[in-house]
Ligand binder design. Structure first.
Ligand SMILES: Cc1cc2nc3c(=O)[nH]c(=O)nc-3n(C[C@H](O)[C@H](O)[C@H](O)COP(=O)(O)OP(=O)(O)OC[C@H]3O[C@@H](n4cnc5c(N)ncnc54)[C@H](O)[C@@H]3O)c2cc1C
Length: 386
């Protein structure tokens, strides 16, 4: 079997690795527009619950990822200038996105996957010069602006819409002790910073505001440099003199695209990761959701005995229900953030944190009591199941 994977992000490299481990005789090639030592963004959160699925799929990469992950034990939520400290019950932490990719690349290449770096394809004709146009399977692992998806958007039943909130993905050389969410009112606007350390040198710092704030304060008129200076001013107490850094192109201020596809494959073309469904960053799970798609697709292809159509149908049929649960959680989470101004005005810090913790519907009071007993005491809800 010959498999062409467009996109050498987490989903593409991981899929290549799993396929080659399962079928060393297959020809598996990944096409990536960036050089091997470059990517967008800074560090990403990898929570323990997601990591366990990676362990089952491939022990070597799981061990390497764990070793490079900076653990987080606490999260602080600041609302109305009141910090509430949350002891995190599950292990997990954050990893530089580049390290994550380098680990996957190393494991993939060790397994025999060919990775073509600095090869951007603008449409599927771009596969010809690489000798991959006759691949049995062409995988769109090429993220939010997927060219594989765009080539057949009608057949995939693609829908794209944009959230109202505006955000930018910065980094900073300040190493925060705990991960945090700081909700702050500033000149009548509503802002939030999501930040966490992902190495002993760097932290991720995502800044966000709602659309009403963006319009009222005329933020669309400001340059990226001015916006960055404004965030440094708003979050000066946390940054404590450290500056924000913008990374590669994807750090500019933008609105999050919600991408969905009614069908996951079309002929020999199939989608995984953000190309298939963009998972909002506020649940800190987009990477592992994308890698879970790769696990499911690899299983389906390895079991299909050369019947690609059956393999791709099986991938969608078996994996869709669990993927939809996570995507639904991501949707409830971003809808909560879309309304953050309302919650910031309406709730006490304790009520705010309670509403935040239960926003996706995946955590109820019983789970809070079990996993966050100290927090429930702090919120005045210990023993209450209301
Ligand atoms: C601000 C922000 C914060 C986030 N924080 C987290 C977090 O804490 N934890 C988490 O798990 N997730 C997080 N995410 C989400 C996560 O980054 C994505 O869900 C994840 O990267 C999806 O992986 P992917 O492989 O599907 O796509 P991508 O990571 O987008 O990879 C796609 C790859 O394809 C390449 N490519 C694209 N087009 C072409 C082309 N035409 N030719 C060749 N190559 C191409 C790209 O260069 C890229 O390497 C965050 C996202 C954002 C925006």
């Amino acid at each position: 079997m010959k498999v062409a994977i467009v996109g050498g992000g987490p989903s593409g490299l991981y899929l290549g690795l799993l396929l080659k481990r399962g079928a060393p005789q297959w020809n598996v090639e990944v096409i990536e527009q960036n050089p091997a030592d470059a990517t967008f963004g800074f560090g990403v959160v990898l929570a323990d619950t997601g990591l366990l699925q990676l362990r089952e799929a491939d022990e070597a990469s799981y061990q390497a990822l764990c070793a490079a992950t900076k653990q987080h034990e606490h999260q602080i939520i600041v609302q109305n200038e009141t910090p509430i400290d949350i002891h995190l019950p599950i292990k997990g932490g954050a990893i530089p996105r580049l390290t994550l990719l380098q680990i996957l690349e190393q494991e993939a290449e060790r397994a025999g996957v060919v990775v073509h770096y600095r090869q951007r394809i603008n449409d599927l004709d771009g596969l010809v010069s690489l000798g991959l146009d006759d691949a049995d399977v062409v995988v769109g692992a090429d993220g939010i602006n997927s060219v594989v998806r765009q080539a057949f958007s009608e057949a995939f039943g693609t829908t794209t819409s944009y959230l109202g909130n505006h955000f930018a993905w910065y980094g900073t050389a300040k190493v925060f002790e705990a991960s945090a969410l700081v909700f702050r009112k500033y000149r009548g606007g509503h802002f939030v910073a999501h930040y966490y350390a992902y190495s002993d040198q760097m932290s991720t710092f995502v800044a966000e505001c709602d659309d009403a704030t963006w319009q009222r304060l005329g933020l669309g008129e400001l340059s990226d440099t001015q916006l960055q200076a404004l965030m440094e001013e708003i979050f000066a107490p946390e940054l404590d003199g450290a500056t924000l850094l913008d990374g590669n192109a994807k750090t500019m201020w933008r609105q999050f695209p919600v991408i969905r596809n009614r069908h996951w494959s079309h002929g020999r073309h199939v989608l995984v990761g953000d190309a298939l469904a963009s998972a909002h960053f506020s649940i800190g799970s987009g990477t592992r959701i994308a890698m879970n798609d790769s696990i499911a697709l690899a299983k389906a292809l390895l079991a299909c005995d050369g019947d690609v159509a059956a393999g791709l149908a099986g991938y969608e049929h078996r994996h869709k229900p669990s993927k939809q649960k996570l995507i639904a959680a991501s949707e409830r989470s971003y809808l909560w953030y879309e309304d953050m101004a309302r919650w910031m005005e309406a709730y006490s810090p304790e009520e705010f944190v309670y509403r935040f913790m239960t926003r996706t519907g995946r955590v109820d009071d019983a789970r809070l009591q079990r996993e966050y007993p100290e927090l429930m005491v702090r919120l005045g809800r210990a023993g209450s199941m209301a």
